[in-house]
Unconditional design. Sequence first.
Length: 395
Amino acid sequence: MTARKFIFWLHLGTGIGAGLVIAIMCVTGAVLAFENQIIAWAERDARLVPTPPAGATRLSVDETLAAFARAHPEVKPQSFTVSRDPAAAVLISAGREDNYYVDPFDGAIRQPASSVARNLMQRLTEWHRWLGQSGGARAPARFLTGVCNLALLFLALSGAVLWWPRKWRTKGLRRSLWFLRQASGRAREWNWHNVIGFWLLPVLITLSATGVVLSFRPVNDWIFRLAGDSPPGRNAGPVRPAPLLLTAPSSGARPLEAAALLDCVRREFPHWQSITMFLDPRNPAAGQGGRPPAFLTVKSTDAWPRVATSDVALDPFTGAVRHIDAFRDLSPGRRARTWIRFLHSGEALGAGGQMIAGLGCLGGCLLVYTGFALAWRRFRGEKKISPAAEPNGLG
């Protein structure tokens, strides 16, 4: 058996064994690539405010928070988010899933009429990561999806080897690079499998390789070590800045209003897209005699990767910037890990990257279909495609 034949049979066997799970991950991944946009669209009734009447005055952030406090005195807000989009409501968060939208013109509290989209995305995430399993069954399911990510990486690399023509003939090469309109049956499936695999090869390698890192902790730790970092602990939480001890204000000094603090951040980040201000002290200096600063998180349109944010600490009495933790300030390992996480969904490159990731997932679905169809025809003993139509002769 030649090396090419050996690779072919490994490719075929791996595809048959892992194809179903790969198809599930590709179908769910194609939708999850646009998770945030889908939820935002489905909840637009709450997230976007109606066009205000002519001459309407926008409430200040402090007035918006006061309106929320009057409507929900039992809720303790943890943060609020303002957007540069003038049609966006102010988001007030009281927990991970407890969010409220406030109309910045009349202070009305708005909540989505339906949670179907959000619940659907959660369910698709469960299938994408754990094949719909819960509890103790998630660990083996996650291992299985990790193995299938590794299988997809092998299929992409071995497919590139098998695609490589034995003889570079213009006619045969054309059949491997573009779709044939008149092809049908096995010839069409072979053509689709080769063309989709060729054009989406970099995307499939990226999606599968990043999936392997996200699936296996030893690989994740290896990324940190490769970058010269120590891997985070198994239960490590988010990285917090070092304690900040601010000088006590003069007697009678009053902290600035939230609107004034937001203005300070807007001046510091002229390309800001959204700003989140935390209303509860998160600084470890609190309770140790130190005066905690005001903490805000900024997302900018010029950030790279697109999901990157900057954490800002302000003096709550003067508005002076005391500390900024930007993406560039993270350790090399955490920067690499962030890129890997959001390249997997395409979000690191913005909407264009999400489109490419979604297209790659759809292409993966077609590769599974055409691969199964070709395998079925082979095992049924159907006549092979002629060598002129199939440059690698492995149909």
